[in-house]
Design a protein around this ligand. Structure first.
Ligand code: GCO
Ligand code: MG
Length: 457
């Protein structure tokens, strides 16, 4: 087909209602519309379906602002759910979905997931980024959910079928001091976990990942940071090898230990830390450097065999492909909704397999249960699955999302149902509204060094 034919095909489709641009031109030059799927359509036997509505459901059970996208179809009662959660910018994602994607996509054929992704991607000339990609992810996951429901199969079947019965999880363990980390690690092991992420509080410092600081009365969750404290890396860098030494000598060699640096140290410190931790055989060390310093991963690689996990802040292929293709990381930590949903994630998973990189998708509490269900579908079907970030949702959140995957003995099990296997109780969700106070949720705040310099992040 030369360029003139393509243009003729597109305009004939547009003339037929604007929806026929994916139907091949019929013999004799006449384009078919989507109302008449081609005879060899994979949807043979199923009625053609259109997107009739796209809405957002904002809900904050357990005080985490979740953004869920619901795509409704022309089949009464058939809808899909996707995760578009960007906790710190929930309203902006909501606007992107409702004001831009909704009018752009109403009327589209629900079966054309890839084309919907590609056309949404360029529906504004400036593209990608956490807002637009989370919005697209909400739609994308919802379309996979619908396709699974239509096929009467769980999404993992559509992605190739199970190659494991469940996904290994890692438990989040932290403590005010090394001894408390050990105690909490033992408790997690007793619950069946074989993989444990360990974070220890550094007195007086806004340490990432610890629930408590040196103040025993401080019950604040220090999600990312606690702006009431400063951050200087010295004591942290001296403590971490001691933590690993202690845990290896008290817990033994069988337990897999993970740690998240959360991008707060300089490149030369990252190299030194990875070298020091090597003898304790960590399962992985996460984000020793921020994305802005990704070229320094070469230095770590040259000097240490510690497995590196990286990627939760990445948006686009321009950012993560070089690290994968350069064999500079061992686990990809991308946040699936941050890169646009399951459609790009399955491509990343396949790419990673060929470069010896395993998946460890980012999945803390600010990824909704819908995101975890979507991730799990891909993990069950990916040979190069590494580990699932274990977040045990509180009963309120589980009640809002019936079908939240089950945690058992350190494994995450899919809810065996067509589609993503997860639903939302909209009435209950409405009981946990997202409020605008405080304006930054998840207690995200600016953490600074002693002299006032802002740290990233
Ligand atoms: C992780 C992450 C999270 C992020 C959080 C930001 O590895 O789980 O680093 O804890 O800090 O998702 O909102
Ligand atoms: Mg992290």
């Amino acid at each position: 087909m030369d360029r003139r034919d393509v243009l003729g095909w597109m305009s004939a489709g547009a003339a037929a209602g604007g929806l026929g641009f994916l139907s091949p031109p019929a013999r004799g030059g006449q384009a078919k519309t989507q109302e008449e799927p081609p005879a060899n359509s994979a949807a043979r036997g199923l009625p053609p379906l259109k997107i009739t509505d796209i809405s957002t459901i904002l809900t904050a059970p357990n005080r985490v602002r979740l953004v869920i996208v619901k795509v409704s179809t022309s089949e009464p009662g058939l809808y899909g759910l996707g995760c578009a959660t960007f906790t710190q910018r929930a309203r902006v994602v909501q606007t992107a979905v409702e004001k831009y994607l909704r009018p752009f996509l109403i009327g589209r054929d629900v079966d054309q997931i890839e084309d919907i992704w590609q056309s949404s991607y360029v529906s504004s000339y400036w593209r990608n980024g956490p807002v637009l990609f989370n919005a697209m992810s909400g739609v994308d996951m919802a379309l996979w959910d619908i396709k699974g429901k239509r096929a009467n199969m769980p999404v993992y079947q559509l992605l190739g079928g199970k190659c494991r019965f469940a996904a290994h999880l890692y438990a989040h363990v932290s403590g005010r001091d090394i001894k408390q980390v050990e105690d909490n690690a033992r408790a997690a092991m007793a619950r069946g976990y074989r993989h444990i992420r360990v974070q220890v509080g550094i007195p007086g410092m806004a340490t990432y990942g610890t629930r408590v600081t040196n103040e025993p009365t401080n019950r604040e969750v220090i999600g990312p940071t606690n702006p009431r404290y400063v951050w200087e890396p010295g004591a942290y860098l001296r403590t971490l090898p001691k933590l690993f030494e202690h845990l290896r000598s008290t817990l033994g060699d069988e337990i897999e230990l993970l740690h998240d640096v959360h991008e707060r140290i300089a490149p030369h410190q990252a190299v030194g830390l990875c070298k020091e931790l090597e003898k304790y055989h960590p399962f992985f060390i996460e984000d020793p450097l921020p994305p802005e310093e990704k070229d320094h991963f070469h230095l770590i690689r040259q000097q240490s065999s510690v497995p590196i996990a990286m990627g939760e802040l990445f948006n686009t292929q321009q950012e993560y492909v070089p690290l994968i293709a350069g064999r500079l990381i061992d686990f990809i930590r991308i946040h699936i909704s941050q890169i646009g949903g399951l459609s790009p994630a399955r491509k990343v998973a396949a790419l990673c397999e060929f470069f010896g990189v395993k998946t460890a998708w980012h999945g803390p509490g600010d990824a909704s249960p819908v995101a975890h269900a979507a991730q799990l579908a891909l993990e069950l079907a990916s040979h190069n699955f590494g580990i699932h970030e274990g977040y045990v949702f509180a009963p309120e959140t589980r009640a809002v999302f019936p079908g939240t995957p089950e945690v058992k003995d350190g494994y995450l099990y899919a809810h065996e149902a067509p589609g993503l296997g997860i639903d939302i109780d909209e009435k209950l969700a409405a009981k946990y509204p997202v409020t605008d106070d405080p304006p930054f949720d998840f207690r995200w705040g600016t953490t600074r060094r002693r002299d006032g310099t802002v740290i990233r992040p």
